[in-house]
Design a protein around this ligand. Sequence first.
Ligand code: FAD
Length: 500
Amino acid sequence: MIPGRNGFERYPVGATLELEADVCVIGGGAGGASVACALAEAGMTVVLMEEGRNWKPQQFQPTASWAFKHLYAGRGTRATRGNCVIPLAGGRGVGGSTLINSAICFRTPEPVLADWRGNHGCVHFDSAWMGACFDRIWQTIGVTVNPPEVQRENNRIFKQGADALGLKGEWMARSAPGCGGCGTCNQGCPTGGKLTVDRSFLQLALDTGRVGVYADCRVDGVETRGDRVVAVTGRTIEPGAYTPSGSFRVRADRFVLCGGAVGSPRFLMANGLAAGLVGEHLRIHPTAYALGRFEQEIVPWHGVTQGFYVDRWEQGFLMQTFSMPPDQYYLSIPFGGDDALAVMRDLRHYASAGVVVHDEDSVGRVGSSELVYWLGELDKRRLLAGVRDVARVYFAAGATEVIAGVHGVPVLRSVADIDRLIVDDVPAVELGLYASHPMGTCRMGADPERSVVDPQGKVWGMGNLYVADASVFPSSLGVNPQVTVMALGLTIGREIARAG
Ligand SMILES: Cc1cc2nc3c(=O)[nH]c(=O)nc-3n(C[C@H](O)[C@H](O)[C@H](O)COP(=O)(O)OP(=O)(O)OC[C@H]3O[C@@H](n4cnc5c(N)ncnc54)[C@H](O)[C@@H]3O)c2cc1C
């Protein structure tokens, strides 16, 4: 094993890497980096294999097309299908989805933890331990609230409307202590102001001198003996062309799969390592949106990418501001032709906010090649209720009109239009939807009939194979998940180290 960061440049074309460590971690996102850190700090040697690149902040380019090609799983084309089509964003690279996330940080809500303990037997998620994890995470990824001058108008105008309506809202806590408000979190933070896990948890792991990170290495196969994995194998990838250049084999005592809620179940399925519920229970926090037009300039692509939220937990959703590069705004306009071009010419005057729903009656599944998600009637109604609330907030802040992200709904010109034009019986397929929080597809639990991994994160029926990423969530979370994934990584890392 070569400790430190290794990438394509260091692998001779056609060579076979032979690596060995106490633990092999597959995937370098929020789960992979935090579990590697916990294991290395417990004295174990770790090899971490990541299929994407090892990026430096200065390499990121602030356009959607560049980011989709280099930083997004499936080059940005990943989507679920069912009664609607939902783009399902995910990251690819050392840092995983944290490379492209908006840095929003929420502690796992206590009612969710109580459900995981009480109804799924996840006894390790007790409040005292989780509190210690959250404190560690807050410190490691530099969680803070960015000051108003970097929030800028897209966030400030939403706060103004929420305050006018007396809604419970707050600036978002974010893992971006050096944020300058350039609004390009989802294309990779070019200044390093966002503390992604490759530059926080993984750096702490590397500092122990016991960790080797191998970028541009996709793990495909396993060698097993009885119920134990002996080695994993795969290809080194030439990152520009996406072509295989050589191969590798990693031997270890234990293996931790951290490929995310799409990658991990697919890996288990492809290698026949888990049966039953693997891939089932896909949850995604479906998200709808609305745009508000104001007389004054907003310039929605400037400022903190997602800075302010309103908590509607009782109604099953959160409202969160968001911004995107202008080319992506074009795709969000629910009509075409000259009307859409007129909005684009006027885009500096628009503000944007989304509605994140805590999935309840939707049903999803990760298959070997397809992603299926059927938006439930209850979830659809809550998305529409949220879009109506966003419209109310914008009118309260002085919007002259609101574009609801629902196909067929005319532009809203007044508060009176909201309930008249956004009605519940619109088919799911008409909602403009988006998601970036896949979870739950290798869910954790004490009952092997209802789960894929046990409460320590070990795959049922396997002696030394664990999963530590968003796939092990026993249920939909209801808040942005990166902190919960990191807490899971720390917890599963502790359990592996304790098992000796
Ligand atoms: C655009 C976007 C915005 C988001 N914003 C926020 C936010 O503001 N706040 C928040 O809390 N959450 C946010 N999230 C979600 C959050 O980032 C994820 O929930 C979290 O990173 C998931 O962690 P993970 O370890 O499960 O997977 P990931 O972080 O996605 O990491 C999985 C890694 O595994 C690698 N991999 C997969 N298969 C293999 C294989 N076979 N071999 C080698 N490597 C493999 C992938 O390339 C990837 O790098 C956002 C996500 C996206 C996509």
